[in-house]
Design a protein around this ligand. Structure first.
Ligand SMILES: Nc1ncnc2c1ncn2[C@@H]1O[C@H](COP(=O)(O)OP(=O)(O)OP(=O)(O)O)[C@@H](O)[C@H]1O
Ligand code: SF4
Ligand SMILES: [Mg+2]
Length: 335
């Protein structure tokens, strides 16, 4: 049985301009022990997917359709209390704003202790032992547990947040841009630590990032999202032999991938307004290969076993790959 199934998930936000369809029919599966990378530009709905899974959408947001199942249990049918119990114990989050998630007035140890105590009765001595163990697990000196957050560097705080997520030994860790705001060297250390937890403890992960190189290096399966929808979903073929023009554009933006262009090329233009998204392919206004047919929504087409692509022109992927490597192709928005 899959550990997590997200099926046709729809999430909307109430805004002054109307309802924004932030997540619109997203499906994927995480098997036990698997790391699934969710990648896409800012605003495509990645954190919204994470928050829906954890049941922590803000008041303006609601799940408008689809289902989320953890170990076969439908989260939609759970009471708020059941959902709360499930957070941390079964699914834990390393949040996007982890840098500010620690309370400055308490020591790191007391915050971890509180997180443990909230879910599990445990004598204080054992709790301290568990915290020391967690510190070691994420590569922090256990002696530093009694420090206050401001005595930690950004990278150390991030490690503390990962330790926090591991407090109850959850089956699934959702890491939302776990290295944002850290310098490249520390980013690398944190990602290595996360990968190590994944490999050594067999933790399942949902790794969220805008960086294709990060998912390529760390994920077993990859979901590429754009404007609330899945554009491409599959294994490493997603970055080795991408089919979707948007994936090609993302790969171009991160050149240390097996598939790459010579120069860094960015995709011109901006994502569509999610209150009134275009009828057809959501990428059409920025796609260099758009045709009249793209005015109708493309279905998800299976191009190889377990590799699906939402594009009308998957049969031309080889030509797209060649042309995507040429900066001229991306010079101007298509229209
Ligand atoms: N509380 C909210 N109210 C209204 N709209 C929201 C709210 N939170 C997010 N949105 C909108 O939903 C869309 C998806 O946002 P989300 O934060 O999920 O994107 P993201 O992919 O995580 O972006 P980033 O990479 O910048 O973190 C965006 O268009 C955003 O403006
Ligand atoms: S469906 Fe059309 S607009 Fe969308 S990605 Fe494919 S070619 Fe581009
Ligand atoms: Mg986000």
């Amino acid at each position: 049985m899959p550990l997590l199934e997200v099926e046709n998930l729809e999430v909307r936000y109430r805004t002054q301009a109307g309802e924004a369809k932030a997540v619109d029919g997203v499906s994927f599966v995480i098997e036990p022990g698997m790391c699934l990378g969710l990648v896409g530009e800012s605003g495509c709905g990645k954190s919204t997917v994470a928050k829906a899974i954890l049941g922590i959408l803000p008041p303006a947001g609601h799940i408008a359709g689809g289902a989320i199942r953890y170990a076969g249990r439908d989260l939609g049918g759970m009471t708020p209390r059941e959902l709360r119990a499930m957070r941390w114990r079964d699914i834990a989050l390393v949040p996007q704003s982890a840098m500010n998630a620690l309370d400055p007035v308490y020591t790191v140890e007391s915050q971890l202790a509180e997180a443990i105590a909230a879910h599990q009765a445990m004598p204080a001595a054992r709790r301290r032992g568990r915290i020391a163990e967690l510190f070691e697990l994420v590569g922090l000196e256990p002696d530093r547990a009694r420090d206050y957050p401001h005595q930690f560097s950004g990278g150390m705080r991030q490690r503390a947040m990962i330790a926090m997520a591991m407090v109850l030994d959850p089956g699934l860790i959702v890491a939302d841009e776990p290295t944002t705001g850290l310098d490249v060297l520390v980013q690398d250390q944190i990602l290595r630590r996360i990968r190590d937890l994944h490999d050594r403890l067999g933790k399942a992960m949902l790794l969220i990032t805008h960086d294709m190189a990060v998912v390529a290096e760390n994920s077993d399966r990859i979901v590429v999202m754009y404007a609330g929808r899945v554009m491409e979903y599959g294994g490493e073929a997603v970055f080795r032999t991408p089919y979707h023009p948007y994936t090609l554009g993302l790969c171009n933006a991160f050149p240390d991938l097996a598939y790459r262009a010579r120069a860094l090329i960015s995709i011109p233009g901006t994502p569509p307004n999610l209150v009134a998204p275009p009828e057809g392919c959501r990428f059409q206004a920025r796609c260099p290969f758009a045709t009249a047919r793209c005015g109708t929504p493309p279905p998800l087409i299976e191009v190889a076993p377990g590799h699906v692509v939402a594009c009308h022109h998957v049969d031309q992927a080889e030509r797209f790959r060649e042309r995507a490597a040429d900066p001229e192709t991306w010079r101007e928005p298509a229209r």
